[in-house]
Design a protein around this ligand. Sequence first.
Ligand code: HDE
Length: 698
Amino acid sequence: MSTDGRDAKDRQLDQHRTDSTEPLTTETGVRVGNTDNSLRAGARGPTLLEDFHAREKITHFDHERIPERVVHARGAGAYGHFTTYRGLADRTTAHFLRGPGVTTPVFVRFSTVAGSRGSADTVRDVRGFAVKFYTEEGNYDLVGNNMPVFFIQDGVKFPDFVHAVKPEPHNEIPQAQSAHDTLWDFVGLQPETTHMMMWLMSDRALPRSYRMMQGFGVHTFRFVDAEGRGTFVKFHWRPLLGTHSLVWDETQRVQGKDPDYNRRDLWESIERGQFPEWELGVQLVEEEDEHAFDFDLLDATKIIPEEQVPVQPVGKLVLDRNPDNFFAETEQVAFHTANVVPGIDFTNDPLLQARNFSYLDTQLLRLGGSNFQQIPVNRPVAPVSDNQRDGFAQHRVHRGKTSYFPNRVGGGCPALAEEGGYHHYTEKVEGQKIRVRSESFADHYSQATLFYNSLADWEKEHLRAAFRFELGKCEELEVRQRVVANLNHVDHGLAVNVAEGIGVVPPSAEDGTPNHGRSSPALSQANTTFGSLVGRQVAVLVADGVDGQAASALKDSLVAEGAVVELLAARDGAVRTEDGGAVTVDRAYTTVSSVLYDAVAVLGGTECAVTLSGDGTARHFLLEAYKHHKPLAAIGAGGSLLTAPPLPEGVAGPVTDETRSTMGVVKSGRAGDDLITEFARLVGAHRFWARPTSTIPA
Ligand code: HDE
């Protein structure tokens, strides 16, 4: 960081930033005084070819689009920095991990996988979590996902998998959905997908926010120390706000109400100064323990349970700056698993090996040639001095005669690095040239069972419902049946439950594998971090005659804890308070929806409550929030909205300590400190799964 608080990457980008402050010009800098009419022969005559401005303008426009990413096409990104808490110099020579307090600029791009660039954010999908560290030794890319395992074990299967999950080729239906025949056909026939499908059917696939999502490097990588000794390493990103998800019904509605839901949340949090934060953790395994596990460390369909190898915190990632231009930065950022720095190396994971080929290859097509590393967002802050020359859109003006090594004519420049050069880990490798999968990759079910066993009851219920939904969308019964047969090796009860929901024959226990009963508590979202209100969106429903003091007290208190509180009424402007004043309305509730908020409060004032009770939109708002297990508060006469059917008795009755924590509803005659503290606690608890919702028609 420099004294102005700006990092090296931010300052480097200054050379490329442009503001349109000068008068309009052509691409060649010739001033343009008229851009509305083409040059023509007579006011009603044909357009002339010599109109270079019109030709340039239209031609450039015609060429504005580039191929979208073949996977992870939809994404959102931000800049920030990573600061180490502790040094890892005993394990790796990587400078950015060498000691405590080392700060490195980063760019991070989050993404969905299957949908195209214009698809919605809240689809059931894996999320990409790609981090580019602009280290002083060159760029290091940690290109991970929000789930710790992957669908396949060998990269050669990736085109098959992606063809199966993408929209079906004959009619390009469905967009950004996994619930269709071709994906599940592949899944049923390829049991190695089972563990990852459990994650995909869990709430992990429905993140509330990128700020509330874990990240994983997935593969086992390798640290290399100054003596050349290796240590296996798995990378974890832990969000400081906890890992929280939406509910499935809600995600589907958000797709229509705000397709940019996750992207907007990231952008707005940064603009508000509520910078998203994650902790980087590592699981370290000594080289000699390579075979100490009942799975293969090289198999990307496996985790190392945290209870077996603890995750050690290393440093903190903070995203604090939005890009200036989506295309220039977020679209053109080019990640590559082989962008490593000295001290970080690969393993023989066959998925990783294929990725090391694919990412460079794909950028060549997507970004139009070999000079994409010169695009501002991709440029390292470390000096670049190479013998690469020419190519489309070469931006460097290389001076001198030589571009080869060794040379004398150019003074021997660039010379070989005497220190700091990248050394590949020295590993003894020998074997027959064979096209086989290692036997040690053969167990596809134990960890799927481990994951299932680790979930809380409500998480299991969501997962079963997801399997029923997805398979229920498959037209071919044979596809459904085959997946159920695989699930029978995960957990017999799960397989039977899913079979019963989708009209196929429940498998017999003898055809399956008995559940081993082991679990890993770290895998459950029930055990994540709770309590923060930072960036939580709270809707407060108001109408004329509202208790103005309650409105201000509630808003001020929750905002002080970091929540974003909006007063919503039937129309924009202001509403009259019961004592004759006025409070400003933030939005008309007709322009939003309860699915865009984390919690809802209804205010009293008798007139206000009567008006809201008679308004179908307001009542639906509340019922829907109830249905989605969100914290609710009612103050004064507003309580009448919570006592009306179809809400069940438990909500309507007095709130006891017990119902309060299980139902997530708080009701009080006035907006006193108790109510506000209690509501804040509920908002920090995220959702209330014990609440019965099946009878609510919302
Ligand atoms: Fe990717 N992946 N991937 N992937 N992946 C791409 O690269 C690929 C895999 C991941 O925000 C592509 O620049 C293969 C695992 C992220 O720009 C492409 C295989 C993990 C992103 C590609 C995998 C990922 C990508 C498409 C199997 C998690 C978005 C555009 C061997 C650890 C990066 C691009 C961004 C993007 C190939 C498997 C994560 C085609 C061949 C496992 C986060 O190169």
